[in-house]
Ligand binder design. Structure first.
Ligand code: SF4
Length: 250
């Protein structure tokens, strides 16, 4: 990813942001895209949103060492504009490969766009904090921390929702593909009751305007990224080390 030229975003990035965390994580947290600070440091969620994310994890209690954090697109679009559909499509194989390597039990999406990647007909105002099933895993959508920073009511929802993450992990141990028999549009099954929708929930344009707003494309396309994902082992490298390298562990 750090040397990828699979889409035009490579020409304006400072650093690609593959992700960080444990290669053994059972929880994969997916934001929407790098912001300014992430682009500068090459690490995900290092700004104020990252601080809030750390606080949310600490409440469970967990830390970044217990999860893996990445984004839908790995390079920052200029001026934080939405990435173009072809940019999202070009980057999609990286996220898919990360999921394949990590095989997480729980996928936590942060924000509307990240959620739509897995739940195309979802509404973040209705689905945040729900424990959902998606292709044999648990999907657990949350508001984006950046939205929480801008809206105290959304922050309270985030603080409440994240407390359900341990239960989501417990439910993940009971999920298997054979139990998913009523998928919605072949994507997802909702098992948990709805969370209450508040007026504050409806103020999502703020979230979309935050630094990580990224449109989702559901069209998987072959890209030059595919070729890089099938790169061979480096000299003296083990398969495990290759997996970690592809996850951005080093
Ligand atoms: S495909 Fe992804 S990693 Fe490659 S340049 Fe585009 S955004 Fe960056």
């Amino acid at each position: 990813m750090r040397s990828c030229t699979g889409c035009g975003l490579h020409s304006t990035r400072t650093n690609a942001v593959p992700g960080s965390g444990s290669s053994k994580a059972e929880i994969l947290i997916i934001g929407e895209g790098p912001g300014f600070n992430e682009d500068q440091q090459g690490l995900p969620f290092v700004g104020r949103s990252g601080k809030l994310l750390d606080e949310l994890l600490a409440a469970i209690p967990m830390s970044r060492e217990d999860v893996f954090i990445t984004n839908v697109v790995k390079c920052r679009p200029p001026d934080n504009r939405d990435p173009l559909p072809d940019e999202v499509a070009a980057c999609r194989p990286y996220l898919e490969r990360q999921m394949e390597l990590l095989d997480p039990k729980v996928v936590v999406t942060l924000g509307r766009v990240s959620m739509l990647r897995f739940h195309p007909k979802g509404k973040i105002s209705e689905d945040h904090g729900k424990i959902l099933e998606w292709e044999g895993r648990i999907l657990f959508p949350l508001y984006h921390p950046a939205a929480g920073l801008r809206n105290p009511a959304i922050k309270r929802e985030l603080q409440k929702d994240v407390l359900k993450l341990p239960e989501a992990l417990r439910q993940a141990n009971r999920v298997s593909p054979k139990n998913i028999d009523d998928k919605i549009d072949g994507e997802i099954t909702t098992k948990a009751p709805n969370s209450p929708v508040t007026q504050e929930d409806q103020k999502l344009p703020e979230e979309e305007q935050e630094n990580n707003n990224r449109p989702s494309s559901q069209t998987a396309e072959a890209s030059t990224a595919d070729a890089q994902l099938s790169e061979p082992l480096l000299k003296n490298e083990t398969t495990k080390e290759k997996g970690d390298r592809q996850l951005g562990m080093f």
